[in-house]
Design a protein around this ligand. Sequence first.
Ligand SMILES: [Zn+2]
Length: 198
Amino acid sequence: MSRKRSERQQAWDKFGLPKAGAEALTRYNQEVRPFRKLCGARTKSTEDHRPCQNLALAGHDRCRVHGGATPKGDQWNLTQWPNGKAPDAEAKLQAKLKRIERDRKAKAKRLAAMSPEERQRYDQRAKTHAPGPAAERARRRDDRKRAAEIRASLEKPDDKPASAELAELQRQAAALEEARDHYRRLAEQANQDQGVFG
Ligand SMILES: [Zn+2]
């Protein structure tokens, strides 16, 4: 037995969406959307990898699907937990945990399906793109750059530095590498601390 629709529902059936909805959508598409920034990330799903046409999220360069929801600055790539004071905090937390678990499984599957070269690329990026504060990441980047410069200058055959200078450079390179390994271990530890959420 079908329930009789209320007067208000009937009015909505008759005029609601065609009138109010469609007009608002048209107005939005003509007057607002053209002035908003597009995401522009190259899509993987199409053969020509055309730019993504979604709107970029406010304050970001990308849409939600292409990393726009990833926080910037100190929270970069760290899990964002719901506000504990929100009335629906518990439901949000459960949804978040569920999503994290789903993402973790999907990631494990993706990693398992990778070719050795892909896996190497992935590991390399995971090393250079560890989550955390911006200053920390900038410092690690700087360390890597300086270590690379020193290594390059050591490998250059002509203009070999004097032996004292060479020793000093080698000492610096070793110290930088040690620092890098230290932060790598810290990052790995942090990942492990996240446990099932990592
Ligand atoms: Zn996008």
